[in-house]
Design a protein around this ligand. Structure first.
Ligand code: GLU
Length: 424
């Protein structure tokens, strides 16, 4: 595949990354060439261009996508991202990662992803609602509670899911809560969903620390990204007795070797204009410096390709737990493996979100809702089981955790595809 102008060997496109990761697993599994091509390509890619009347009366056209990668194991599942730099290839890679993520967690879904190329900071609330409703209507030809179930991702939240659910329900003529997950709790959302991804990351971090012979309590943790995943992972790490010594948001990071007060940063700083950088009892650092801070556990929970060939050699963490999707390039993976830095890969580490999305969908279909404790206990159990399956596969195949997770995920999807057979 040709690399586009901005992509280099050092920073391949995320779709190239996703295909390289699949190829490594295909090799271990000795996958048939035809089957490998089925898994390397998405089942459906829908591109929609749709108009929105902005508050100033002008019409703007937005481009959006919904990609369904593989539906051998069930309906497809995956978030909707609003970001100015999304494109079809990135959305396809993210859909592929969802397929493996659902398979590693052994929940009955294939992978999908949606996105709209938009900078939400430019939109009023009314414009955001109109954009969401029109996008929902455009992609409703392929989504539905038993076909493809969206959820929040970067730039979207529970309110966006509520508008999506309402638009779909209006079109169908009856309320269909199961069409999206990550909804507000009074509208069929699940208790525990907002915290689920961060909570899952911390379960994975606990287990990985134990394997490496130290405890998360008392360890030094660095978190890149202070959105839904990063801020909650940082807060739960602090609650578990870890010292969170550096955090960052898109504008940059802050560092204090004695620990940062995460609760205070969430409650008093994260919503300010200047964000967490307005906190003063710390040193300001850049996002790239933050990755190289001396620590025990690094949680990249921002965007893709943050750890690459040029900085992987400088990472001082013993353990990396990927809260984001695709934060580490394949070249960086090799460097980290050689240096014995353990990486709990995205398709395992951040699966907590889609796991509780699955619980939400089950609750919606049954119209019977669970207590928060029940959700959290089931999430923790599933994360722990998935972690230990991957760990076992890692030891058995003498490989790293990413390849071990791919071996499990790809095998489950390949087996389902072969057992179902090819129609007609
Ligand atoms: N967007 C999240 C992810 O990347 C969650 C997807 C979902 O809940 O369906 O895993």
């Amino acid at each position: 595949m040709a690399a586009s102008a901005t992509h280099t060997a050092e920073k391949p496109s995320v779709l190239e990354m996703a295909r390289q990761q699949l190829a490594v697993a295909a090799n271990y599994l000795d996958l048939d060439e035809g089957l490998h091509s089925v898994l390397a390509t998405p089942k459906r890619q829908l591109i929609v261009n749709f108009p929105v009347v902005m508050d100033n009366g002008h019409v703007e056209v937005f481009e959006g996508y919904r990609v369904q990668h593989n539906l051998s194991r069930g309906p497809t599942k995956g978030g909707i991202r609003y970001h100015p730099e999304v494109d079809l290839d990135e959305t396809t890679a993210l859909a592929m990662w969802m397929t493996w993520k659902c398979a590693v967690a052994d929940i009955p879904y294939g992978g999908a992803k949606g996105s709209v190329k938009v900078d939400i900071k430019r939109l009023s609330k009314r414009e955001l609602e109109k954009l969401t409703r029109r996008f929902a209507s455009e992609i409703s030809v392929i989504v539905g509670p038993s076909t493809d179930i969206p959820a929040p991702d970067m730039g979207t939240n529970a309110q966006v899911m509520a508008w999506f659910m309402d638009t779909y329900s209006m079109q169908m003529g009856s309320t269909a809560t199961g069409v999206v997950t990550g909804k507000p709790v009074p509208l069929g959302g699940s208790l525990g969903r907002v915290e689920a991804t961060g909570r899952g990351c911390i379960v994975a971090a606990h287990e990985a620390c134990k394997f490496l012979g130290f405890s998360l309590a008392g360890s030094r943790v660095v978190v890149q990204g202070f959105g839904n995943v990063g801020s909650i992972a940082a807060r739960l790490a602090e609650e578990a007795g870890a010292k969170v010594i550096a955090v960052s948001d898109a504008a940059g990071g802050i560092y204090n070797p004695n620990g940062l007060p995460i609760q205070t940063l969430i409650q008093r700083y994260s919503h300010r204009e200047g964000g967490i950088r307005e906190f003063t009892d710390c040193e300001p650092i850049s996002n790239s410096e933050l990755l190289e801070v001396d620590c025990d556990v690094l949680i990249p929970a921002a965007t893709a390709e943050q750890i690459h060939a040029s900085n992987a050699g400088n990472i001082r963490a013993k353990l990396i737990v990927e809260g984001a999707n695709g934060p580490t390039t394949p070249e960086a993976d090799d460097i980290l493996s050689d240096r014995n830095v353990m990486v709990v890969p995205d398709i395992l580490a951040n699966a907590g979100g889609v796991i509780v999305s699955y619980f939400e969908w089950v609750q919606d279909l049954q119209a019977f809702f669970w207590e928060e404790n029940e959700v959290n206990n089931k999430l923790e159990r599933l994360m722990r089981n998935s972690f230990h399956n991957v760990l076992q596969s890692m030891l058995q195949h003498k490989t790293n955790m990413r390849t071990a997770a791919y071996i499990i995920g790809v095998k489950r999807v390949a087996d389902a595809t072969v057992t179902r057979g090819i129609f007609p």
